[in-house]
Design a protein around this ligand. Sequence first.
Ligand code: FES
Length: 348
Amino acid sequence: MAWSIELEGLGGRIIAEPDETLYETLQRHGYRMRVSCRNGVCEICEIQLLQGEIEQRYPKKHCCVTAVDNQGGKPILACTSRPLSDVRVKIEGVRPPGVLVVKKLRCDITSIEKLNSDVYRVRLQLPATGSLAAEFYAGQYLDILLPDGRQASFSIGSAPEQGRDLELHIRHMPDSDMSCAILECLQNNASVQIELPKGTCYLQATKINPQTRLIFAAASTGFAQVKSVVEHLLANQYSNPIYLYWGARIEEDLYLERLPEQWASDHPHVHFIPVVSQPEHSPGWQGRCGLINDAILADFDSFEGVEIFASGSPAMVYALLDSCETRGFSASQMHSDVFAYAPRPPKS
Ligand code: FES
């Protein structure tokens, strides 16, 4: 028999599979709550049974609350209790699906690797402790918090499926005090303070229409954001057509390009189009030349059923939007962090 679970204060009901614990049902439906041992020992998952009947596996207990005797509920453990009737429960701090919490965390710096003349791949590891665990969506970014109070944002270049291991692509700009301070902090410390997740330009594979064609337009280290999203889609075996345009000034500015080449060779629905704007300074370059915006417009007559994710400067993103709009494209089809941090006045 499938019983329903009602969450006090959140409305709606979710259905438990036979023999599923309350925690398992909540998790399967995307709800988040505090858990640790998951076997009835630590009691961190204690919740209040407001109505209904449950059986608790450990510590062994049978509990029944009727509407008549409901005086604020009876404590039970979500990780070892399964419903024996429809139930209503109260859970402190439970988060509905899709709601992530922004956290400040200190994480380990596990490696720093130079990928070309000025881009570094920085690998971080989030704390293992349950209460400090952090979640993010593919495409979101984090802030690095320096000890002197300054902070800088970087796209998370790894997919959520990689768990605690995060990756950043950081371009070193010797003329920028901030850039030097970030790199010095990362190179001379074993850990760093970060705040995440940030940003509303992200993609959840489960929410995307399988017919949608996805264009990614990345300039320079904008590739990090794209990498997270594409790896997320591939990890979840989504086969939406993907067109990845990666623009750089010269060939040497591209880094990790073997990776998207490999995606394209392993997955027929992935197309990788690197574009170099100064081919005269890229000896031997045989790929596309010019600007990625022009390359996209040359390749697509119609943008029907297309979503564009643009990771670049405000000038590049708005130029791409304006050009695509001349072909029936709508601003709602484009996603970019630029819209949040550099909004432009509405057109008159
Ligand atoms: S998570 Fe430890 S008792 Fe439920």
